[in-house]
Structure formats: structure tokens, C-alpha cells
Ligand binder design. Structure first.
Ligand code: PLP
Length: 405
């Protein structure tokens, strides 16, 4: 179906942080299949775990228990360090569907989500996605959802009440362009949920599993949600989602109230265990922090030294947004994210023009210092090509093609 537009590249193979297209052109993959391939491509740990598990037992359904699922649940609970129960799904949207159903079991039906948020494409997840353009063709959606501006504590305070079943938040807006909230926002949301008895649901589908340099972004903030959703990086490229119910929220769904034929299958769970083990054994949390800082410093330095088109950088760990100059100041060279993405690709780098003036970088956690340096070194050339493409297309930047999952 025509749901994705026409992709610009056909990829044939990958190894580590590199991929090759069908014509043999090599790219440094700074997007990792939208923050998914945490260990890069063809990592032996994932390959071996999947191969061994598939050779032994590939699928069971949840009518039977399988060992990798139990081990993965225990491993995730251990990383969280709290009393928690887990439902395994196949994607981020499905993890959020489970979270929505958990909120319904409070006996309340009203939900709060934020403007600009992204929680997935299924009808429930779409109902709490704060992007009117994505929702409009499919209305009516779930009733009782209120959207508040992201990062605005007083707006949340005005909207929340004892009728609120759940508040859905991303620790940093991902698909909107890696936009962090003001400090203290998550803690304030936690306090408001405690006051009203609403469940705090943190969607860490994109921010979780080491992306920010911590296992989970909320750990850096010292804020514990009632429900946590995970997906993208967890399976290292295999499809898995997880809905984590913490404390009492882990006991709200009972037998027969939710399910999945494929969810928690032994092969994807073996892959996820290999991802978690490798992040730990290769020290990839510390590496994500260090290489991320190096990359961000390089981009910041390019902006400071006046590389045309580059305005700055935001984000933490290996989850960064390059801020492009929009040409609103006469002295600025305008550049669109779409033009930047195209120029980067020509130079051998896969990046994601996620908003008109924002380029997302979400590389594999195995990205090295040398990889980061290679991109920083290429940045002036990429920016110059993007600015030139913009000038050719006729002056000031127009909103670029928006690409999101
Ligand atoms: C990608 C994403 C989703 C949806 O995940 P899918 O696996 O595409 O269904 C949900 N929430 C956030 C924060 C995401 O980034």
C-alpha cells in the first residue's frame, strides 16, 4: 500500500553501524532503523541467540510458557529494580494498547496526552497521539482524551482530575523532533498523578534501552511511572513490545483480559536477552553517553564556527537533533531537513529529516568515536550541499518532507 511514499534507498546488507545498498554504496547508519538496531546490524550476539533459539523452539503461543520469555521478564524487572509485571507485545503501538487497557481497569475512562506526542498508529495509540493530521482521517477515535501542551505543568494541573484514568507522556518527545521537557516536568506529572489517583504512563518506546545513556530515560529523572512501555531498541531489530505494570498497576489486567498470539515468543525474547546482555557486557550505556557527547560537541562546534545551515544540537546520549537554520535571519543560510537528509545520503550517511528544520540522529549504541568523528568531519560539506540545493530550489526554506514512523 502507499503508506510510506517511495523510499530513496534499497538496503541490501549491514554490519555493525554500516549498511550497503543494492548498488554496493556504503553508508554510516545514524538512524538504526528508527532507533531500533541497538547493536547495529548482524551483531553476532543477536544472530547466534536467534539461530540457537529457532533451531530449538521457534514458537509456542502463550498457551504454553517458554523460558526466554520468563528470563527476559526477570531481566527487565531487575533493570527497573522494582516490583513489576510485564505483558509482551510485538510493537510500540501494541505496548501502548496494553497500557490504555490497564488505565481502563482503574474504573475511569478519561486520558490525558500531550500535543506533538507520538504513541503509535493503531486506533487506541492514535487516539492519544497529539498530531491532528495523523488522527483526522480516522475519527471518531477513543472518546475522553484531552491534549495538553508538552512540558507545561500548569496545563496538566488544570486538565487532570479524579476522573483521569491515565496520563501518557514521552520523557522527551521523539517523533516530534527530540524535544525535551523543562527540568522537573516528569516529577511534577508524577506528583499530580499521585494527588488525583491517575496512572502515570511513560512511553519509553524510543527513549528506553540505553538510547539516552541510561537503561530508561525516567531513571535519570528519578521518576517512577505506574506503567512503562518499551519496544524499538529492545529486540535489536526483531519485533517486540513490552508493557510494564509497576506495583499495583501490574495487577490490573487479569486472565482473559488481554493477549497476543505472537507476543513474548521465544525467538524475539532470546534476541532481546542478547541485546540486554550485550549492552551490559560491552559497556554500551557509558559508550552511548560518551560517543553521544562527542557527536553533539562536534555539531555544536560546527554551529559555533558558522557552518552554514547548522544552528545547533539538542538531545542526550545517542539521541540527538541537529537544529537547522531556517533562514529567518537575513544572514542565515536556509536549509531544509529534507535537503540535509539527501545531501548526507550522497555523502554516505543515513540521517532522518524528521521536522522541517530538524534532523534526527539515533544511531546504533555500538557507534564508535571514529564513526562520530567521521560524521562531524563531513558535516560542513553536507551542510554546504544542502544549502546549495535549497538555493537552487528557489530561496528561503519551505517545510521539508516530514518523515516519521
Ligand atoms: C515508534 C514509537 C511508537 C510506535 O511504535 P511502533 O513499533 O511503530 O508501533 C510509540 N511510541 C513512541 C514514543 C515511539 O517512538
Amino acid at each position: 500500500m502507499g503508506t510510506y511514499g517511495r523510499p530513496a534507498v534499497a538496503l541490501a546488507r549491514g554490519a555493525g553501524s554500516r549498511v550497503w545498498d543494492v548498488d554496493g554504496k556504503e553508508y554510516l547508519d545514524l538512524l538504526a532503523g528508527i532507533a531500533v538496531s541497538a547493536l547495529g546490524h548482524a551483531h553476532p550476539a543477536v544472530r547466534d541467540a536467534v539461530t540457537a533459539q529457532l533451531s530449538q523452539l521457534g514458537h509456542t503461543s502463550n498457551l504454553y510458557v517458554n523460558e526466554p520469555q520468563v528470563l527476559l521478564a526477570e531481566r527487565l524487572v531487575g533493570l527497573l529494580g522494582v516490583d513489576a509485571r510485564i505483558f509482551f507485545a510485538n510493537s510500540g503501538a501494541e505496548a501502548n494498547e496494553c497500557a490504555i487497557k490497564i488505565t481502563r481497569k482503574t474504573g475511569r475512562t478519561e486520558l490525558i496526552a500531550t500535543e506533538g506526542s507520538f504513541h503509535g498508529r493503531t486506533l487506541g495509540a492514535l487516539s492519544i497521539t497529539g498530531q491532528p493530521g495523523k488522527r483526522a482521517p480516522f475519527e471518531p477515535l477513543l472518546p475522553g482524551v484531552t491534549f495538553v501542551p508538552y512540558g507545561d505543568v500548569s496545563a496538566l494541573k488544570a486538565a487532570i482530575s479524579e476522573r483521569t484514568a491515565g496520563v501518557f507522556l514521552e520523557p522527551t518527545l521523539g517523533e516530534a523532533g527530540i524535544i525535551p521537557p523543562p527540568p522537573g516536568y516528569l516529577a511534577a506529572a508524577r506528583a499530580l498523578c499521585d494527588e488525583t489517583g491517575a496512572l502515570l504512563v511513560l512511553d519509553e518506546v524510543q527513549s528506553g534501552i540505553g538510547r539516552t545513556g541510561a537503561w530508561f530515560a525516567h531513571q535519570t529523572e528519578g521518576v517512577l511511572p505506574d506503567v512503562l512501555t518499551l519496544a524499538k531498541g529492545l529486540g535489536g531489530g526483531l519485533p517486540i513490545g513490552a508493557c510494564v505494570g509497576i506495583g499495583a498497576a501490574g495487577r490490573l489486567l487479569g486472565p482473559g483480559e488481554h493477549g497476543s498470539t505472537f507476543g513474548g515468543g521465544p525467538v524475539v525474547c532470546a534476541a532481546a536477552l542478547a541485546v540486554l546482555d550485550t549492552i551490559e557486557s560491552e559497556g554500551l550505556l557509558a559508550s552511548a553517553t560518551r560517543v553521544g557527547e562527542r557527536l553533539a560537541d562536534g555539531i555544536r562546534a560546527a554551529a559555533a564556527s558558522g557552518v552554514p545551515g547548522i544552528a545547533g544540537v539538542r538531545g542526550v546520549g545517542l539521541w540527538l537533533a541537529i537544529e537547522l537554520s531556517t533562514g529567518s535571519e537575513a544572514a542565515e543560510a536556509p536549509v531544509t531537513a529534507a535537503a540535509f537528509e539527501t545531501a548526507a545520503r550522497a555523502a554516505g550517511f543515513l540521517v532522518n529529516g524528521i521536522a522541517p528544520a530538524t534532523v534526527r540522529l539515533a544511531p546504533p549504541l555500538v557507534l564508535t568515536d571514529a564513526d562520530a568523528d567521521a560524521f562531524v568531519a563531513a558535516l560542513p560539506g553536507i551542510a554546504a550541499a544542502a544549502v546549495a540545493a535549497g538555493a537552487e530550489a528557489g530561496g528561503p526554506a519551505t517545510p521539508g518532507r516530514r518523515v516519521s514512523s
